[in-house]
Design a protein around this ligand. Sequence first.
Ligand SMILES: Nc1ncnc2c1ncn2[C@@H]1O[C@H](COP(=O)(O)OP(=O)(O)OP(=O)(O)O)[C@@H](O)[C@H]1O
Ligand SMILES: [Mg+2]
Length: 423
Amino acid sequence: MSYETIVGRSKDDFEKYQAQGTGYVGKHIVGTGEDAHMTTKVMFDLLRPHMILITGKRGTGKSYLGGILVEEFCQLPEETRKNMAVVLIDTMGIFWSMKFPNEQQFQDLEGWKLQPKAMDNVKVYAPQAQMAEFEASGIPVDHGFSIAPYEFSAEDWLLAFNLSRTDPVGIALEKNINQMFEKGDKFSISDMITKIRDDSDTSTDVKNAAENLLTVANQWGVFSEEGANVDFMVQPGQVSVVDVSRLRSSQAWSVRNLLVAIIARRIYQMRLVARKEEEIAKITGEPVKDKKPLVWMVIDEAHNFIPSEYDTVSSEPLKVISKQGREPGVSLTVITQMPNKIHQDILSQTDVVFSYRLTSRDDLAALHSVMQTYHSDDLWKYISTLPRWPGAAIVLDDNLEKIFTVAIRPRLSWHAGGTAVVM
Ligand SMILES: Nc1ncnc2c1ncn2[C@@H]1O[C@H](COP(=O)(O)OP(=O)(O)OP(=O)(O)O)[C@@H](O)[C@H]1O
Ligand SMILES: [Mg+2]
């Protein structure tokens, strides 16, 4: 008898919901080498919060698969979809194209009895100061965003600038930022520069170094006194693509990390409050006053935000989501070429892995740390015998305690991240 596998759905949930609230990601691959062929459908659970890792070598289809999961969210029935929101951190500037149908792989789609389709629920957010640049290059941006300097603690700033608390510049920044917080006013980066300049206890060299860092930060084009309105990015039934690909300064990653830190913290806080209200509503039988959707954060090139070997400003907020996100309903999907460069706290919380080809033993060891019920030699066997088709991957599912091979389906919407060719 043929049956569908629902990745991420426990037996109990299957009894309760059957195949409701699932997305179509691909088909099972049976056999290896010349004998490999596709069989039954592989679905994905979209009802429960998950910690998903998508990994594999360069150009194997990771971002592409991130897009497929999002497409399936977009195609959920309205009454389910409106209870959820997706926030996708786009470091490569490739997800805006989901607004267009995938005409370029028309034939692949036909082979799967699927048709190109544009996703209507995708909205693109870009740094306010770069809106004109995005528009000039024909990228359909919907909204601008900014962040405010006072949304970050002195400790956040030190992490963003990669300064230790004993570094003289770190000491000067920490002291002055804390004094500004004590005053309780909102402040701009120019205010921070003035404050440090007026600090009579700090040497001119240190002041110059701090001023230099802050001046560069000011040129990033993401700071305003308005501040981040993350609520505005979390919209019921909507996919918000936060495009941070065009931040070009030498410290572009510092800005991206600050942004992800604030987005992750706000989402988590918003859901904690919402969860309490939902519980109260259940007890009293009254409707929830200010209903907030469950949130699913998707982060491409995630090793930059939650690296294994050092802390960035976004490390802590993402660890909190991975460890405690299930209860308030925050899901996280991390995409990376190098699973061993992702912090162990994330790996140990992962319940679903999609992995394309990997060749390094270190990366394999990282996968093994996600699911230790399998021997690493078995994992290696699965990975090394994957057919060389685009989209062939292994799935490790901790909910089903299963490992299997899948052919990921073609995208319905346009994927802008294809490999470049010279001609
Ligand atoms: N399931 C699939 N069906 C058809 N084509 C696919 C599939 N998966 C990937 N591809 C092809 O592979 C290309 C590269 O995929 P993608 O951009 O997702 O790579 P990546 O793993 O994110 O690479 P990088 O590590 O460089 O970011 C896609 O443009 C697409 O043409
Ligand atoms: Mg990619």
